[in-house]
Design a protein around this ligand. Structure first.
Ligand SMILES: Nc1ncnc2c1ncn2[C@@H]1O[C@H](COP(=O)(O)OP(=O)(O)OP(=O)(O)O)[C@@H](O)[C@H]1O
Length: 337
């Protein structure tokens, strides 16, 4: 066993009762969570929530006031050197390397990590290829677009083939195409076994690429788990939209009696373009019946079978889960900044 290794389990990132105070500011206040090997964890919070502070501690650029964090089992407090070798950090700002070209930039970091000879050449070639920057390698950094700079910055974090990657707002300022490309690269890195912690304000972006998320506000972790877990923890419902070929009002009235605990208590009717169903309402909109439903997929199947048994001709059923954005708004609601 290697001296200093704290955990041998499947968790590759662990924050354990982490605190960081700046004077009276509680930037990070008693945060604990872990990220399993090969998973992507989304760290979500508004401005000033404490994301960058936690990421800087994980990356050994700052120390906690109390508590500890572990990367691949090594403590950021006791074994920062060992942590650095296993970790690639992509900061939220690029830094001042305007006059070097892309290849020189990556080469500088490869040398800083002690890569030599053929290993360095091959690694640089792989990074340029993976990040799609081969065609840019001779270009000075000052001439690069924001998207290309972000790719290069990701390349820099990858140059020593780290097990863990910490990406601070990598999608900020990117156009939609560049965001999609970045998302693909991050998923591919996770599929290759890298453990990734990524922060963002772009919540819907994270929903698609993350295995789990943590929602942080005012230095405190308010919720953690998969988006589905958090929805369940918050006892959230889904919206069901049922299209019936006729007698929509009758179907809604029957539903109201059949499922009193699972859905609405009040019947409402809206015109076209109406907002989503509010909790506690069944909305009839032409052929569509919309309502919030607390059951799981089996309950949903039973409900559809029951409606068919009642003689209603169901043409279509859609189930809409709450988006990560909805979850975020619900979880952070009520905390004064
Ligand atoms: N070096 C510092 N000195 C004093 N206060 C700091 C320092 N670094 C961060 N803070 C404060 O700690 C709190 C958390 O900041 P942090 O940068 O971690 O938030 P964040 O979630 O990354 O925000 P953003 O999304 O805006 O980057 C803020 O109130 C910030 O002003």
């Amino acid at each position: 066993m290697i001296a200093g290794v704290h955990t041998q389990g499947e968790d590759c990132i662990e924050l354990r009762r982490l605190f960081r105070y700046f004077g009276k500011t509680k930037a990070v206040h008693d945060i604990s969570f872990s990220v399993a090997r090969g998973h992507v964890f989304g760290y979500i919070g508004p401005n000033g929530a404490g994301k960058t502070t936690s990421m800087r501690i994980l990356s050994t650029l700052d120390l906690p006031s109390f508590g500890d964090a572990f990367v691949d089992g090594f403590s950021v407090v006791n074994d920062p050197e060992l942590v650095r070798r296993r970790l690639g950090f992509m900061p939220d700002s690029f830094g001042t390397y305007r006059d070097v070209n892309c290849e020189e930039y990556l080469d500088f970091f490869a040398r800083a990590y002690g890569l030599v000879g053929r290993e360095r050449t091959e690694r640089l070639r792989w990074v340029l290829d993976f990040t799609g920057t081969v065609g840019m390698k001779d270009k000075p950094i000052r001439g690069l677009s924001k998207g290309m700079k972000q790719r290069l910055c990701l390349g820099r974090a990858l140059v020593h083939d780290p097990k863990v990657m910490i990406l601070d707002e990598p999608a900020a300022g990117l156009d939609p195409r560049a965001r999609i490309q970045l998302r693909k690269m991050i998923r591919e890195l996770a599929d290759r076994g890298k453990t990734i912690l990524i922060s963002s304000h772009i919540l819907t972006e994270l929903a698609e690429m993350c295995d789990s998320v943590g929602i942080i506000e005012q230095g405190q972790l308010l919720a953690t788990g998969s988006v589905d877990d958090i929805q369940r923890q918050r006892n959230q419902t889904r919206e069901l939209i049922v299209r019936v070929l006729d007698r929509a009002e009758d179907a809604a009235a029957a539903l109201k009696i059949h499922l009193p605990t699972r859905l609405a208590v009040e019947l409402g009717t809206t015109a076209d373009g109406s907002p989503p169903a509010e909790p506690g309402k069944i909305i009839v909109d032409g052929e569509l019946i919309r309502f919030e439903f607390e059951g799981d997929v089996r309950d949903q199947a039973e409900l559809v079978a029951w409606m068919v048994g009642q003689g209603f001709a169901i043409a279509e059923v859609q189930s809409h889960k709450k988006s990560l954005e909805d979850v975020f708004l619900q979880v952070t609601e009520g905390l004064v900044q």
